[in-house]
Ligand binder design. Structure first.
Ligand SMILES: O=C([O-])C(=O)C[C@H](O)[C@@H](O)C(=O)[O-]
Length: 415
């Protein structure tokens, strides 16, 4: 059995004007839906980034995978590396962190191959990763400050969230709708003292929910230490308060709050240094750039060996990615915290049937063959048409922010 065809469909997913330290989410998040079809008709699904460089890489590597046995995942990786000899990263505008193109592309095609393997064997993908050690996977509510509306559009149902009180209200809506049991705030947006106040108000309103804040490296070391001191007994972890291993190590030395990252550890060869320098206590995995689902379980094992915690990062995504995240999280024995997901902010999907529904903030691990999701072709066509119409082909939160505030500049660190 061999891979006979590969279809790549870039899609644009309507998104909300969510704020981060780089700016604001544009009206659409870009993704690529991947279909790998074998000569016996078995189809494997995957989902990856939709930015120009990622899409180009996927398009250039796809022909090299025709004829590949979908069980030969080492061969998949080496064919991807041969097809993309210049390597490089995927982010056209990355100032601080980038993801290796070859890992992104190999991962994008590994997931559909695992989906195919699962379908052939009649086993869920989690079984191919060592088996599920939990029947459901818990996620945290991903809280964002936000504008009430996109440029030229009407206010969305969430409305404006720019104060600590409005953030508590947002958290209430998230918890009521999905039952989340932990809360993550995307920080680096307001003055740090206002974000401290927000965390304290969240603590007061939700005394039993573990809390975390992630300013995406938007703080100076001094600011990060100030915030950590004020939130010492409040946070379960502090995510990427600053950029750079030495800066993270300085903050880590000044607080008892564990530091998590998805910005300074993006590849296996970065782990030794952060471990030696005690810069990070929790690594947030993400199969899209760690090299796939199997590589993510290897990361879990490595973290276990080093005594580091492990959990999962997310970016705006659809249900195919969510299914993959659930399978790999289920098969990561030492997953130490609730995973991130942007899914509740995205009201559409390309999977058939009902969208994923969280119960008490968790998703049941699918037990059918493969990933357990199938494509809804009408929805795929709709989102593909949106991609074609959209005048954006690259994520640029800073450029879009300038439409709200012409004087806005990207600063790293911001506060
Ligand atoms: O922790 C992170 O780096 C993220 O979650 C990346 C995302 O792009 C997030 O910053 C966002 O959606 O604005």
């Amino acid at each position: 059995m061999r891979i006979a065809e590969i279809h790549l469909t870039p899609v644009a997913i309507p998104d909300k004007p969510l704020l981060n330290c780089k700016g604001v989410h544009q009206p659409y998040a870009l993704r690529t839906v991947i279909e790998v079809i074998c000569d016996d008709g078995t189809v494997g699904l995957g989902e990856s980034y939709g930015s120009t460089k990622a899409l180009e890489g996927l398009r250039r590597a796809a022909p090299a995978l025709i004829g590949l046995d979908p069980f030969h995942l080492h061969e998949l990786k080496s064919r991807v590396i041969t097809a993309l000899p210049e390597g490089g990263g995927i982010n056209a505008r990355s100032a601080v962190a980038d993801h290796k193109l070859t890992d992104v592309v190999a991962s994008a095609f590994e997931v559909p191959c695992l989906d195919i393997q699962g379908k052939l064997l009649g086993r869920p993908v989690a079984d191919l990763l060592g088996g599920a050690v939990r029947s459901s996977v818990s996620f945290s509510a991903y809280l964002f400050f936000k504008f009430g509306a996109h440029v030229g559009q009407e206010q969305d149902t969430w409305g404006e969230v720019l104060t600590p009180e409005q953030m508590v209200a947002e958290a209430r809506v998230m918890i009521k709708a999905h039952g989340f049991r932990s809360l993550k705030l995307k920080g680096g947006v307001l003055h740090p003292d206002l974000e401290i106040e927000t965390m304290l108000k969240l603590r007061e309103a939700f005394p039993d929910h573990p809390l975390r804040i992630d300013p995406n490296g938007g703080w100076t070391v001094e600011t990060a230490i100030h915030v950590a001191r004020k939130l010492e007994s409040v946070l379960e972890y502090l995510e990427d308060p600053v950029i750079g291993t030495d800066a993270m190590a300085e903050v880590a030395a000044a607080t008892s709050i564990p530091l998590a990252t998805n910005m300074i550890v993006l590849e296996f060869d970065q782990i030794a240094e952060v471990f030696r320098k005690r810069a990070v206590q929790i690594v947030l995995s993400d199969h899209h750039y760690w090299g796939g689902l199997r590589a993510s379980t290897h990361l879990g094992k490595l973290c276990e060996t080093l005594g580091l915690g492990v959990s999962m990062h997310s970016n705006s995504h659809l249900g195919i990615t969510l299914a993959a995240m659930v399978h790999v999280a289920a098969a990561t024995p030492n997953l130490s915290y609730d995973c991130d997901t942007h899914y509740p902010w995205i009201g559409v999907d390309v999977i058939e049937g009902a969208p994923f529904t969280f119960s008490d903030g968790a998703l049941t691990v699918p037990d059918g063959p493969g990933l357990g999701v199938t494509l809804d072709r009408d929805s795929l066509a709709e989102l593909a048409a949106l991609y074609k119409q959209a005048d954006m082909k690259e994520r640029d939160d800073t450029a879009y922010m300038k439409q709200f505030d012409p004087g806005y500049e990207r600063r790293v660190p911001r506060w």
